[in-house]
Design a protein around this ligand. Structure first.
Ligand code: SOE
Length: 384
């Protein structure tokens, strides 16, 4: 079954922390603002602890709960499985859901290793033959200003792309007494700032440029190697990177620099991208996410300068479904847009993007960054 009956499509979501909260909001909101072919129903919320899952379901608007994700995946009320759990569970849940004929939306990074991402992609490709769709939740593609930047680049307004500069800066680990979380353990998170933040800017820049990285050279560091565990009674080892810095080359020759860190004191969610081409440049900063800065080289020298485009016109991507010009959008809207695109793709049978294959390619970039860093920053090609 690829769609629910009676104009509804049942969603089963596994996980109810930060990503679960923002995805719940998206599933609740999408059909109220966008015309959707079917209405998502928040059917089953999955979590390990019954009491906490029930509390989350009541808060976020889910009809029922399930503590066994296998039951959730096989429930007849569920046609879409949304995976919002730590990375170590993505592979098993996604493959089981696809095998059960359920469409799958999976949080980023797709997996903890390239091998897992390969297995998930193979399962997704096989399921596609049966009309089953899958998508990785790289939400920053769905910021209207980022989607509009893509349109400008696609239309050739930047000419030949030469430079890509991307940062993703947070500071929540600057305090060396901040406690351990699953995000700081390799077995649950796969990697640290690299997979959590670096994955976003790798995806966003490849999407914007319309081309893929062909190789990288990297350095990483773990500044604080031991932290109090969750109980506060013991000290535990941090087994992932705290920061990753790398350079890369795109297939088209563009040169790129990337920085991902959780130690940039004062920077909360500082995701930013600058792209320079032969005809113009673009700058985007997530903390001012309704703005896009455009330098159009076609303007004469006297009038040249970066121009702020407020991306809130109803002709801009996604914006027409929301508020009048100048009435700004926020972080949560990017997830609503993701849900809208996914539900429409399921209905029309068009492959949603980014696909699991796209997620695998990002995973290969992350893998190349890790192996370069482990090998004295050696230049490391990315498998096509
Ligand atoms: C935590 O670092 C985090 O929540 C990421 O996991 C998200 O993907 C990002 O959007 C915000 O920061």
């Amino acid at each position: 079954m690829t769609e629910g009956s009676g104009g509804r499509i049942g969603v089963g979501m596994v996980g109810h922390a930060f990503m679960g909260a923002v995805h719940s909001h998206a599933w609740r909101t999408a059909h109220r603002f966008f015309d959707l072919p079917v209405t998502p129903e928040l059917a089953v919320l999955g979590g390990r602890d019954l009491a906490r899952t029930k509390a989350a379901a009541a808060k976020f608007g889910w009809t029922s709960v399930q503590t066994d994700w296998r039951e959730l995946v096989n429930s007849p009320d569920v046609q879409i499985v949304d995976i919002c759990t730590p990375g170590d569970t993505h592979c098993e849940i996604a493959i089981a859901a696809l095998a059960a004929g359920k469409h799958v939306m999976c949080e980023k990074p797709l997996a903890n290793t390239v091998e897992e991402a390969e297995a998930m992609t193979a399962a997704a490709e096989a399921a596609k033959e049966r009309g089953v769709r899958s998508m990785v939740a790289f939400n920053y593609r769905r910021v209207p200003a980022v989607a509009y930047a893509r349109k400008l680049i696609e239309a050739g307004r930047l000419g030949e792309i030469r430079h890509v500069r991307a940062l993703y800066l947070q500071d929540w680990l600057s305090d060396e007494n901040a406690p351990m979380t699953w995000r700081l353990r390799k077995e649950t998170a796969g990697s640290g700032a690299l997979g959590d933040l670096g994955a976003h800017i790798v995806d966003a820049t490849q999407y914007l440029v319309g081309d893929l990285l062909s190789g990288v050279s990297a350095i990483t560091n773990t500044f604080v190697t031991k932290r109090p565990d969750e109980s506060g009674e013991q000290v535990d080892d941090v087994t992932v990177d705290d920061a990753a810095v790398f350079i890369g080359r795109f297939g088209n020759g563009a040169l790129a620099t990337y920085e991902a860190t959780r130690f940039a004191l004062g920077r909360k969610n500082g995701m930013s991208v600058e792209i320079n081409g032969s005809l113009g440049s673009l700058k985007f900063e997530f903390e001012s996410m309704n703005e896009l800065w455009f330098f159009d080289g076609a303007n004469g020298a006297e009038e040249a300068g970066f121009r702020r485009i407020l991306v809130t016109e109803d002709t801009h991507p996604y914006v027409g479904a929301w508020w009048p010009p100048g009435h700004l959008l926020g972080y949560e809207h990017t997830f609503t847009h993701e849900v809208v695109d996914f539900v429409r793709a399921i209905h029309t049978g068009i492959d949603p993007a980014p696909s699991f294959a796209d997620g695998l390619q990002v995973q290969r970039v992350l893998g190349a960054v890790e192996s370069s860093a482990a090998n004295g920053s050696a230049w490391t090609e990315i498998q096509a």
